[in-house]
Design a protein around this ligand. Structure first.
Ligand SMILES: Cc1cc2nc3c(=O)[nH]c(=O)nc-3n(C[C@H](O)[C@H](O)[C@H](O)COP(=O)(O)OP(=O)(O)OC[C@H]3O[C@@H](n4cnc5c(N)ncnc54)[C@H](O)[C@@H]3O)c2cc1C
Length: 292
């Protein structure tokens, strides 16, 4: 192992982000140590296969490895773990990176800023913690050695669990129907749900709808302070398209916006704009699809 320069520990509870972390790790070279609860992780040199997603246990494991660089994903648990590892080891943290280079002991990271509209270059000394938000890089397959780890019960005990996740995973969905304030009411969200179901997709929402009005569950918020999605098709129903929302949808392949305002800002990022009432659009689509 003496030939490895940098000890890079990667973690994400989401396989897509774990791949991104590995791709960035591989791009700078070093020993890539993965932590995952899924055994078939092929793009690391060493895999610690953990028995449970215990946050305390994962923080303990990462810190015990004395890493030079920790790369996590950007989903909720990833961010919490990154922050706690940085706090425990008293390391700097650079969130939301899209690329990383090393110049000796100096890391040069590009991170997104201004809701994804700009990039900022940050220099920091190793050891360092970063969270990755996106990359075009793909990791190459390696032949990892694997060690099973039984994490100790953490200090935080889960007393009971209540699922707030309403169905399939938004982060990996191929078709997402997003509802905004323009849908009009909680009652009207059912038309978006019917449309999503007819298309084999899932429903998400803008911040006001998810976090303030409670028209869709809170964990369905899309955007800068919610989930970043990358579906093949995103249908935005009554969403104005503020930068904080666009930050979560800019990796969608095709964006269809439905808005009564033909000048709504989402026009700038949409592939198609349908000038229509959101509910009437859903009803017309459902009819076309033979669902009504
Ligand atoms: C720090 C920070 C973080 C944020 N994070 C997020 C985030 O993660 N996600 C997020 O979404 N927002 C976020 N926001 C809020 C963001 O700035 C916007 O306020 C929000 O996205 C607007 O939501 P909206 O498009 O649903 O509502 P509005 O801006 O009110 O837009 C409603 C749209 O519906 C249209 N409309 C009205 N009636 C109809 C109808 N009958 N049919 C069709 N269209 C109609 C209107 O023309 C309008 O374009 C954040 C803000 C801040 C400051």
């Amino acid at each position: 192992m003496g030939c490895f320069k940098t000890k890079i520990v990667i973690f994400s509870e989401n396989p897509a982000y774990l791949r991104m972390a590995a791709a960035i790790g591989q791009s700078i070279g070093g020993e890539i140590i993965g932590i995952s609860a899924i055994p078939d992780v092929k793009f690391v040199n060493k895999l610690y296969l953990i028995d449970k997603m215990d946050e305390d246990g994962i923080v303990d494991l990462i810190t015990s490895l004395s890493p030079d660089l920790v790369i996590t994903g950007s989903v909720r648990k990833d961010r919490a773990i990154a922050a706690r590892v940085a706090g425990r080891l008293k390391l700097p943290i650079v969130p939301d990176i899209v690329s990383l280079k090393l110049d000796g002991n100096k890391a040069i990271a590009n991170r997104v800023a201004y809701s994804g509209m700009g990039l900022v270059t940050i220099e920091a000394e190793l050891p360092l913690v970063v969270t990755v938000v996106g990359t075009q890089l793909q990791p190459k397959e390696l032949e990892p050695s694997m060690e099973k780890v039984q994490l100790k019960e953490g200090r935080i005990k889960v007393v009971s669990k209540k699922s707030t996740a309403s169905g399939a995973n938004l982060a990996t969905a191929q078709i997402v129907v997003g509802v905004g304030r323009g849908i009009g009411s909680k009652e009207n969200v059912k038309y978006a749900e019917q449309l999503a179901e007819a298309l084999g997709g899932v429903v998400g929402g803008s911040r006001p709808v998810a976090a303030e009005l409670g028209w869709v569950p809170e964990d369905r918020q899309i955007g800068l302070s919610g989930l970043r999605i990358r579906p093949k098709l995103y249908i935005a129903l009554g969403i104005s398209g503020q930068p904080q929302h666009i930050a979560g949808i800019r990796d969608s392949k095709v964006i269809v916006a439905v808005n009564t305002d033909k000048n709504a800002p989402i026009l700038e990022n949409a592939d198609y704009l349908v000038v229509a009432d959101a509910v009437s659009f859903c009803k017309a689509m459902l009819k076309k699809l033979g669902k009504q």
